[in-house]
Ligand binder design. Structure first.
Ligand SMILES: *Cc1c(COP(=O)(O)O)cnc(C)c1O
Length: 354
């Protein structure tokens, strides 16, 4: 399929790279593609950034048939732009499509469209240390009907947002507590898929945590409220007695691309890493006995987010003196060096853009 391009007549001035923040500014263009039952996915196009006219009855507004992805484009020191494992994001988008009964897309076309869009917007990719161009692909159901049924029409859209360094003030470990009241997902639900509904379900816990001076919650499984699942909207790792443990992908955990890359790196370094069920009581006991050496979350935005303090019931544990640990630091350095092209990519994780 040919990707049509319509350029804006009003290109805007690029923002001050020291004041980017996250997800607040958007570039001049976006990628769009439509789905209808008779034509399938059609009319891939790059158009000026702007509102998408939608009927108030469009199904995404009522029944949340929506999925998204999150990835970044990085500017290397020699001025080139590259992606980190983008084919994994498009594969995961299709997996989310399947769960939410959205027609799947051609992953090669999505990557081609992304490259074309970012190439047009290349001057929007910031170059200050730690900055990147955040990429948000998403799909919304767009049939104009209130009946509860998978939509007959969809819109695929990609918007781009120049974003500041996540750790502008240095890496600060976060305080978290174990969430016992709310659940974000459960077996058979949508936890393993990137859909807005999971976030809607988690906002109340996030708000409560912030009110109490914490930055995230540690989610437990929705059935027994016993096994660790994720931290905030990140995957989670613990180093206990020298062993690195992350919850296994059991159907309610989001299969993070950073998670997968961290596991690959640890294995490559010959460190013991296991994907298994992690009982909160095992974690609590390890923490109390001083055997919890490090803990961190993983995700595209932060890459590695060290956990400095874990509150579990009435017990609060300080992990690694509230400082980033050696394994977390090495993972952070290695991943960011690969992403920003400061070291050779021995894993085949980098896709050049332009
Ligand atoms: C996106 C996401 C992650 C992290 O995935 P990455 O591919 O590493 O960015 C983890 N948990 C949830 C709930 C997510 O939505």
């Amino acid at each position: 399929m040919e990707i049509k391009v319509t350029l804006t007549d009003h290109p805007r001035q690029k923002p001050d790279e020291s004041k980017l923040g996250f997800g607040k500014l958007f570039t001049d263009h976006m990628f769009l593609m439509d789905y209808t039952a008779d034509k399938g996915w059609h009319d891939p196009r790059i158009v000026p950034y702007g509102p998408i006219p939608m009927d108030p009855s469009a199904s995404c507004f009522h029944y949340a048939q929506e999925i998204f992805e999150g990835m970044k484009a990085y500017r290397t020191e020699d001025g080139k732009i590259q992606f980190f494992r983008p084919e994994e994001n498009f594969k995961r988008l299709n997996s989310s499509c399947e769960r939410l009964v959205i027609p799947k897309l051609d992953e090669a076309l999505l990557l081609e469209g992304l490259k074309k869009l970012v190439t047009i917007e290349k001057d929007w990719v910031p170059s200050a240390p730690g900055t990147s161009l955040y990429i948000r692909p998403f799909i919304i159901a767009n049939q104009e009907v209130l009946g509860v049924h998978p939509s007959a029409n969809y819109i695929y859209c990609v918007i781009l947002s120049p974003s500041g360094a996540y750790y502008a003030g240095g890496i600060n470990p976060v305080r978290i507590y174990v969430e016992t009241k709310y659940v974000r997902a459960s077996q058979g639900g949508m936890g393993a898929y990137k859909t807005g509904g999971n976030y809607a379900a988690s906002l109340i816990a996030q708000e409560e945590a912030e009110r109490q001076g914490f930055s995230q919650v540690l989610w437990l499984d929705g059935v027994e409220r016993r096994f660790v699942e994720e931290v905030g909207s990140m995957n989670v790792f613990f180093k206990i007695d020298g062993e690195i443990v992350t919850p296994e992908l059991d159907g309610s955990i989001l299969p993070g691309i950073t998670r997968k890359s961290v596991i690959d790196l640890l294995k490559n370094w010959g460190m013991p890493v296991s994907e298994r069920k992690l009982d909160i009581h095992e974690l609590e006991q390890a923490a109390c006995e001083g055997r919890l050496e490090e803990a961190w979350g993983t995700g595209t935005a932060a890459v590695i987010s060290p956990i400095g303090e874990l509150k579990c019931g009435d017990t609060t544990t300080i992990i690694n003196e509230n400082k980033i640990g050696p394994v977390s630091q090495r993972l952070y350095d290695t991943l960011t060096d690969i992403q920003w092209g400061r070291v050779e990519d021995r894993f085949g994780w980098i896709t050049p853009c332009c």
